[in-house]
Design a protein around this ligand. Structure first.
Ligand SMILES: [Zn+2]
Length: 257
């Protein structure tokens, strides 16, 4: 009888890994990464060519003021967004405040709120956006912008959010957590805006953000990792929900009596 030929070895996934070990793998950046990179470069260039118009701006540019807390604690008004750009590592996000219009029933959540006013010539559309900025380390701000187009509305919103930046005190105050990291709110805080009420409650490490998506975005950029929350009122109104959240975060600066 003839001997059976040894079974041919299948090509396995691991073989490829072996082959590329040692040679450097250059991953193609995704479109998002490339865009982010480009924005970062643009921002850096803009910051370098910034000519401050206010006293505070000049002090920040010359390096006399190097800490954002200094500005916020002394109640100085920030009038130039570059001040914030220069002092903290700003990350931005858009809250979904609007809804899609027209076909397919509309109503899907969108970052742009589209409104119209009636003119003799027809309807004129205006877009507004709600931006949140923060450094994920105790600084956060929200702002609303309106413009005839979507992107200028976003830019205005981001600028306003930077000017309205607040400080958020964090701590570890949950009864079942005893680390000394700054990961949650230092005590129970309540915020309100319109009919919306929100309560933020300290949570132990690993809890995550127990809150709605839009509230989560704000808390994340503020640098809070764990929190429980409760909301009341018409939380569908993103604007009031965001404002109430900011109101609550602002109250972390108050000392317990
Ligand atoms: Zn803790």
């Amino acid at each position: 009888m003839r001997e059976k030929a040894p079974p041919r070895r299948k090509f396995m996934k691991g073989d490829l890994d072996e082959a590329i070990v040692g040679s450097e793998i250059i991953k193609e950046p995704t479109r998002e990464e490339r865009n982010a990179q480009r924005t970062r470069e643009n921002d850096r260039e803009k910051l370098a060519s910034w000519v401050p118009k206010t006293d505070l701006g000049r002090k920040v540019k010359s390096g006399q003021v190097t800490n954002l807390n200094q500005i916020i604690d002394s109640n100085q008004k920030i009038l130039e967004q570059q001040i914030v750009d220069k002092l903290i590592n700003v990350k931005t996000d858009l809250l979904l405040m609007g809804q899609s219009k027209g076909k397919f029933g509309g109503g899907k959540r969108r970052a742009w709120r589209q409104t119209q006013r009636k003119k003799k010539e027809g309807n004129v559309a205006t877009f507004s956006a709600l931006a949140v900025i923060g450094d994920e380390d105790g600084h956060v701000g929200i702002g609303q912008g309106r413009a005839k187009e979507t992107l200028p509305a976003r830019d205005k919103a981001v600028r306003k959010a930077k000017l309205e930046v607040i400080r958020v005190r964090r701590g570890c105050a949950s009864f079942d957590c005893s680390c000394d990291k700054l990961h949650t709110v230092p005590f129970v805080v309540e915020g309100k805006a319109g009919s919306v009420r929100i309560t933020l409650i300290p949570a132990p490490q690993g809890t995550g953000l127990v809150a709605g998506n839009e509230v989560k975005k704000i808390l994340k950029l503020a640098g809070i990792h764990d929190v429980y929350s409760k909301t009341f009122g018409k939380i569908r109104t993103t604007f009031n929900l965001a404002k109430a959240t900011m109101d609550a975060l602002e109250k972390t600066n108050r000392r317990l009596e």
